[in-house]
Design a protein around this ligand. Structure first.
Ligand code: HEM
Length: 249
C-alpha cells in the first residue's frame, strides 16, 4: 500500500459524527462573542504563553547553568521569574477570554484558580525579592531595584485588596465592593507591569548580556514587552469600563 494512502480503518467518521463535531465547534466559541475577535484573543493568548515559556525557560537555564547550590542572585532570579512572570501571568490570564487551559472552567473555578495562582506567585516573588534584599547592603540604588520595590509594594497591596474583592459581599458594610474590585484590577496591572520592567532591567545587567549576547538579551526584552502588553490588555479594558460605570453612577 502506498505510504500516503489511508487504511480502511482510518476512513472518515460517519456523517453523524461530523454533525456532532460541528455542534461542539459552535459551543467552543461563547455565543455572545464575535468569532474573529475570539480567534484574535486566543491567538494572542497562545503567543503570550509561548513567550512566557521562552523567557522563564532562559532565566532558569541561566540561573541553573552552574548547578547547585545556588547563590542569592540566581535564587532570586528563579523565584521572582516563576512568581511574577509564570504564576502571576497565568493568574491574570485565567480570567481572560480564549485562555486555552481555563476556557472550559466554570466562572467560580476560574476565580479559584486565579486567587490560588495569585497567592502562590506573590509568595514566590516576595521571597525572591527578600533573598536579594538581604544579600545587598545598599538598597534601591539601581532602576532594577527601584522598579522591584514598586512591584513589591503593589504585590502586597494587591494581595490585601484581592481578599477584600473576594469577600466584597461580606465586607459590604465596611466599604464599597465595586471600588475594591476596581483598585484590585488597577493594582494587578501596576504589579505585573513593574515586575516586567524590573525583569527587563535584569536582562540589561552586564553579566546577563555577556552570557546571552546583546542581541538575544534585546530579543528577551522585546518578548517580555509583548507578552506583558497582551496580558494587561484585558484587565485594562475591564478597568476602563468599571471606572466609567462608577463615574456615571
Ligand atoms: C521579575 C524579576 C525580578 C525581580 C522582581 C527582581 C527583584 C530584585 C530585587 C528586589 C533586588 C534588590 C534591590 C535592592 O535591594 O536594591 C534585586 C537586585 C538584583 N537583581 Fe533582580 N529581580 C528580578 C530579575 C532579575 C534578573 C533577570 C537578573 C539578572 C539576570 C537580576 C539581577 C539582579 C542583580 C544583579 C541585583 C543586585 C543589583 C541591583 O540591585 O540592581 N534580577 N532584584
Amino acid at each position: 500500500m502506498p505510504p500516503n494512502s489511508m487504511e480502511p480503518t482510518m476512513a472518515p467518521e460517519p456523517v453523524t459524527v461530523t454533525q456532532n463535531v460541528k455542534s461542539a465547534d459552535q459551543m467552543a466559541v461563547p455565543q455572545e462573542t464575535n468569532y474573529y475577535l475570539y480567534i484574535l484573543q486566543s491567538t494572542l493568548n497562545l503567543l503570550a504563553h509561548v513567550l512566557i515559556g521562552v523567557v522563564v525557560g532562559i532565566c532558569l537555564l541561566f540561573s541553573l547553568r552552574g548547578g547547585l547550590p545556588l547563590g542569592a542572585t540566581f535564587t532570586h532570579i528563579i523565584l521572582c521569574v516563576i512568581g511574577y512572570q509564570l504564576l502571576m501571568g497565568q493568574a491574570i490570564l485565567t480570567l481572560a477570554r480564549g485562555n486555552g487551559w481555563a476556557a472550559k472552567l466554570r466562572l467560580v473555578d476560574k476565580r479559584r484558580a486565579h486567587w490560588i495562582l495569585q497567592i502562590m506567585g506573590s509568595a514566590l516573588a516576595l521571597a525572591g525579592s527578600l533573598v536579594k534584599v538581604l544579600d545587598k547592603e545598599v538598597h534601591w540604588n539601581t532602576n532594577h531595584g527601584r522598579f522591584a520595590l514598586v512591584a513589591i509594594v503593589f504585590t502586597v497591596a494587591s494581595l490585601v485588596n484581592g481578599l477584600t474583592s473576594l469577600y466584597a459581599y461580606e465586607f459590604r458594610r465596611i466599604f464599597n465592593g465595586n471600588i475594591s474590585k476596581l483598585t484590585h484590577v488597577c493594582f494587578g496591572i501596576v504589579t505585573f507591569t513593574t515586575a516586567s520592567i524590573t525583569l527587563c532591567h535584569g536582562f540589561d545587567k552586564n553579566f546577563f548580556r555577556i552570557w546571552a549576547s546583546d542581541e538575544f538579551a534585546n530579543v528577551l526584552i522585546a518578548f517580555t514587552a509583548v507578552y506583558t502588553i497582551i496580558i494587561i490588555i484585558n484587565p485594562f479594558i475591564t478597568f476602563c469600563s468599571k471606572a466609567s460605570n462608577a463615574i456615571r453612577r
